[in-house]
Each structure stands twice: as structure tokens, then as C-alpha cells.
Design a protein around this ligand. Sequence first.
Ligand code: PLP
Length: 409
Amino acid sequence: MTPATSPSLDTATIRVIGAEGEHLAHNYNPLPVVISRGEGAWVTDVEGKRYLDLLSAYSALNFGHLHPALVAVAQEQLQRLTLTSRAYHNDQLVEFSAGLAKLCGKDLVLPMNTGAEAVETGIKVARAWAYRVKGVPAGAARIIVAGGNFHGRTTTIVGFSDDPDAHDAFGPYGPGFVQVPFGDAEAIAEAIDENTAAVLIEPIQGEAGVVIPPEGFLRRVREICTENNVLFIADEIQSGLGRVGETFACDREGVVPDVYLLGKALGGGILPVSAVVADRDVLGVIKPGEHGSTFGGNPLAAAVGARVVEMLASGEFQTRGKALGEHLEKKLQELVGNGVTAVRVAGLWAGVDIDPGVGTGREVAERLLARGVLVKDTHGATIRIAPPLTIRATELDWAIEQLKVVLAG
Ligand SMILES: *Cc1c(COP(=O)(O)O)cnc(C)c1O
């Protein structure tokens, strides 16, 4: 491997970054690097410098850049059919939905595009279920969510976020959500009343910094939801599909939610594919005309999604993620006290809290960029590590060596 050793801040690159600043809305603050190619765990910038991608587009690239099997299925489908809308059937959707339902151990799949749409769909399903099955009075359904949550950027979703940047400028906010501290099952139990439709949580909070709830929390949430006739909705958009060394983060506690919300890696890093997956007694509440999406379940998405599901069904990526994750955890634990104040690791997914004496998360990310490693900071002091599950142990070791150098100043 021939990693970059100098920052990509020469004139040509800055020119491109400057051009981005003129007409692109400033809703992101990207690292100063302009990527033009990707392959596996590596990307190459416009100058030809290579970087190891330890972010994987927030886990949308669990199979790496341009996975040959996924590119092949996309190319093949691109020459046959890309879009029908759901006004007609297409010949790809049955296989995708059957495979995904089986992977989840559920009856039905409702395909959408982005993660936020899957969350919105889950909210609609939970409300319709509350009115039509549970018998909650019209308009009174409530959903319990967790502090520190991240479920996407739509107006309904940011209304129950407690991140001021995500939330504050975007009201008025939709009613019907109750927030309790993440990881506190008894707070959920106390918040439940006869109008509670669902508990909506990330089994591990990604954007919050890979925050892992106490052992037993998910099992207890499952019990509480069952006892109270409340749906357990697991937002596995970032935590699912192999990231934690299991198919789902809920698997870490042997827990099966009523509803899975999936996205990100479901599109194989090629296009947005999301889904809500649940049994017929829940997802069957949605009738024709009540919900939909022009692009949801399109044949290109379905072909790629079906291949993603097939790859996960073999279990090899989960096994790999688990083994590499144990390796990563050992290496990261050695850094605690040496520029790092805490690490949280679940499979091949880590939140690393940087000692403020060393710098902010952003500063560490920029110094890593200069050494050929891409990571993303979150919430000031944390960097998130989520490499493609296809990364090699030697590549991971090399990246951690770079982190050590950066932490040493
Ligand atoms: C990324 C993410 C979403 C939103 O997905 P988009 O595709 O960006 O809309 C929702 N929930 C979780 C847990 C996520 O990580």
C-alpha cells in the first residue's frame, strides 16, 4: 500500500474546494480532500493521493467502494430497467423483498429510499397500528424516543432530536413524541401509557458517538414493549447489516424488535435503498394509497439490495466484522490514557474520545487526513471509526499506527 503522507492542500485541490463553496449550499463542513475514485477500503483524491476510508459513508459502504459483485449487478440491471414506479410490478422487487424478509425473520418489507424515509414510514406504521389494532383514540398516539437520538433530517424527525444544530431553527415541531434518557429501560416503562404506540430507538447510537447501552437494556426494552402492547422499533440504519459483527445490533442481546428500519448499507454504497421490515400484523396495517414513494422499490435499487441481502445471508461479512472488531478493540484500548480518554467498540465500529489536550475531534481528523487516513469527528471530541467490513487487518493496523502518531503530537 502506498498511502498519502502529505495533506491534500495544494493549489489544485483548494481550487476545487473553493469552487464547491460558490454554489453548493453550506450544510456540510467536509474535510479538505476531493475524492475522485474508490476501490475497496481505499479512495484516491484528484491529485492521485490515496487514503484509507475509515468512515465508509457512515456505514453505507459496509462492503467497500465498488464491490465487484454489487457493481456487476447494478451494471447488468442498468441495461435492462431502472424505474417503473410502483404503478406497475417490476421483476426485481419480489426477490429483494423475499430475501430481506428472510434475513430479518419477518413477513413483509416496505421499500423506500433514504433512511429518514424509513423512519418516517416506521412512525406512520406505528400510528396506524395504534389506531387500527391497539385501539388508541384518533390523533392520540405517542412514540417514545431516546435522548441523543439521530434518526434523520426531516421536519418530523428533527422535532424530537435534542441536538440543537439539528433541531433549533426548524420548528414548529410535530407533537406525539416523548423523550427519555438513552439506555434507561425503566424510564421507558414509566413513560408508557395507554396511548403509547411504539418505542423508537437506535440499539447503538451512531451519530451520538457509538454509544452502547448497558448490557441487558435491549432485552428489557423488548420485555417492556411486549408486556405493554407497544411496538419496539429498532433503527438499525447505521448499526445493522454487519457493522457490529452480527446482522443487527439487536442480535448482540438476542433481541428481535417488532420493526426493523434499514438503510445505508442496504444500497451497497451505490444508491439509496431503505426499508421497513415487520410482520404482517404490524406492517399489514398500511393499505394501498396510504403510503408510497416514486423511487421506492425501483428495479435498480431492488437488484442491488437483493445482492446485498444475499451477501449478508452467507454470514461471512458478519464473521469478518466480529473478528476485525475484536482486533480493533484491543488496539484502541491500548490508546486509552495516551491521547484518548475513552473508546466504545461494537464490531467494526468505534467511538474514540480524544483527550482535549491533544486537540478536537476535527483537528485529529485533519491530522489523520494528512497521513492518509479518513475519519469523521462527531460532537466535538469524538472520532468515529467504521471501516468497510472488507478491510484487511494489516490496513487497520496501519491506520491505528497513524492515529498513534497523531495522538503523540
Ligand atoms: C443515517 C441515519 C438515518 C438517516 O438516513 P438518511 O439516509 O441520511 O436519511 C437514520 N437513522 C440512523 C440511525 C442513521 O444513522
